[in-house]
Design a protein around this ligand. Structure first.
Ligand code: GLY
Length: 489
């Protein structure tokens, strides 16, 4: 599943939500034991972690509405060939598959092709996947029905039954990707277009941009402790709202206007102390009067005519639930872990949630995916596309996109620098500032002296971005995931 933010050369913008849904048999307590405690890893590994997939319906809907290549078969054929003829593993892919070998063996009803029965995978080894080739042929020939009906659906449902999952034929047939209105906000001279719920990314991004807007980031400087402290405090407040107020809008009334109200966001920062970290325990989600409201992939593309998409798509964790449909050849997601299994209990990304993101049949789990466009005001009073950006990385997606935008707008870095530069992260809970290598020890000490708990981590997110300057398009692929590439044709 995923989100696609679309901008046509004629200025039309829209978004497509092809996020997974909870199965019809899902219920709020499905990951709790008799004592109502969360059963470890039940929403992360195996068949019960799987949400009803949305990618095939999403891609078909995008094709039907916007594709210039009218022949669906021609579009899908390269995938059929790749599966049938095989593809060479990069070093990173080989290592990742090797380190997940035991899980693949334990969690599957039949041994998938991703397990090397003769030992370890190495760079250059070729994996062919005839089952996936057959699945893709049926999708090629029958479109969306090739996935949700017939042989592919039968194998999917048989896999669920064999492994203790709950997705049925009815779930697969009922799934519909949804066109949604984009979220549009302003930051200085820029217009930012991103994804509305069930993504939390767009709202959190616009909230954080508004919270930092009045501060002199440029004067303070890139990666100055003051700059990092301000961003940590803005992130802390945005993620507190995320935990309480954000969920699937088809099920829960998200107070969008209130959350994005400039006065509200200014009030959130009245407790900001430029010398002292706030304690996350002292930051609650905002309260509104309206009592009615009770490891991922990103690609950014601009074509020769100026049409653009920003797409983030995911199985959630690396290899999702680790389950491969027997005879189908493809991996299943573990997107159910993006729901809040129990209020206050963190998911795999350490994120907490409440009622807004509780499990309900047919509901979409809250996401952090933040596919985004940034437009810049031009001299004629119009606006030009300035950035297409997004990232994988769970909760770190939102803050990686924020920093990518601030780096390229306020700090004046080019898109490669803006993408490569060390990043920091805060998500309210745990109350820690995460920093990548490259944030200096002096800066860490200064943050600690303000009361922050600083945690050094390896890398966070992997931005894939394009910047447009004077009509030239500059691509940047984040070196944090070296398999990525920026390509111009
Ligand atoms: N599965 C990660 C996310 O959507 O946030």
């Amino acid at each position: 599943g995923g989100f696609m933010v679309i901008r046509m050369a004629n200025g039309e913008t829209t978004t497509l939500d092809f996020r997974e849904k909870a199965p019809l048999a899902a219920h709020p307590d499905m990951y709790l034991d008799d004592k109502k405690d969360v059963i470890p890893r039940l929403s992360i590994d195996g068949h019960l972690a799987v949400g009803v997939p949305g990618t095939v319906d999403g891609m078909v809907k995008a094709f039907e509405k916007y594709s210039q290549l009218k022949d669906f078969k021609k579009l899908v054929q390269p995938s059929v060939d790749l599966a049938n003829n095989g593809f060479q593993l990069t070093e990173r892919e080989a290592n990742n598959l090797n380190s997940n070998k035991e899980k693949f063996e334990k969690l599957n009803t039949a041994l998938p092709v991703f397990v090397n029965q003769n030992g370890a995978w190495k760079k250059g080894d070729v994996i062919t996947n005839k089952d996936l080739g057959r699945t893709m042929e049926l999708i090629r020939d029958n479109g969306e029905a090739g996935f949700s009906e017939g042989e592919v659906a039968d194998k999917f449902v048989a896999e669920m039954k064999a492994g203790g999952g709950i997705i049925t034929h009815e779930d697969l047939k009922k799934y519909e990707a949804t066109w949604r209105t984009p979220l549009i906000g302003k930051y200085k001279n820029y217009e930012v277009i991103s994804m509305a719920p069930p993504s939390s990314g767009g709202i959190a991004l616009l909230q954080m941009l508004a919270m930092v807007e009045k501060y002199p980031l440029k004067e303070w400087g890139f990666h100055d402790p003051k700059t990092i402290h301000l961003m940590a405090e803005a992130k802390r407040r945005a993620f507190a709202d995320r935990a309480t107020h954000l969920g699937d809008m088809d099920f829960f009334k998200v107070p969008m206007e209130e959350l994005l109200d400039k006065k509200y966001l200014a009030s959130r920062m009245t407790s900001f102390n430029s010398n002292q970290a706030t304690n996350s325990d002292d930051i609650l989600a905002g309260e509104f009067n309206d009592k009615e409201s009770d490891q991922t992939t990103h690609y950014s593309i601009i074509d020769a005519e100026g049409n653009a998409v920003s797409v983030t798509t995911t199985l959630n964790a690396g290899y999702g639930s680790k389950v491969v449909v027997n005879g189908g050849g493809y991996l299943l997601n573990n997107e159910m872990d993006d729901f809040s299994s129990k209020p206050g209990v963190p998911n795999a990304y350490g994120l907490v949630g409440t009622e807004a993101n509780a499990i309900a049949p047919n509901k979409r789990p809250l996401s952090s995916m933040t596919p985004t466009f940034v437009f810049k005001k031009n001299a004629q009073g119009g606006k030009d596309l300035f950035m297409v950006t997004g990232s994988p990385g769970g909760s770190r997606i939102i803050t990686a996109v924020l920093q990518n935008i601030l780096n390229a707008t306020v700090h004046g870095l080019n898109i490669a620098e803006a993408t490569h530069a060390p990043r920091m992260h805060h998500q309210w809970v745990p109350d820690q500032v995460f920093v990548e290598p490259g944030i200096s020890d002096d800066t860490v000490e200064e943050l600690e002296s303000m009361g922050h708990t600083v945690r050094k981590v390896r890398t966070m997110g992997s931005i894939q971005a394009i910047q447009v300057i004077d009509g030239y398009k500059y691509g940047a692929a984040d070196p944090r995931r070296p398999d990525a590439e920026a390509i111009g044709h």
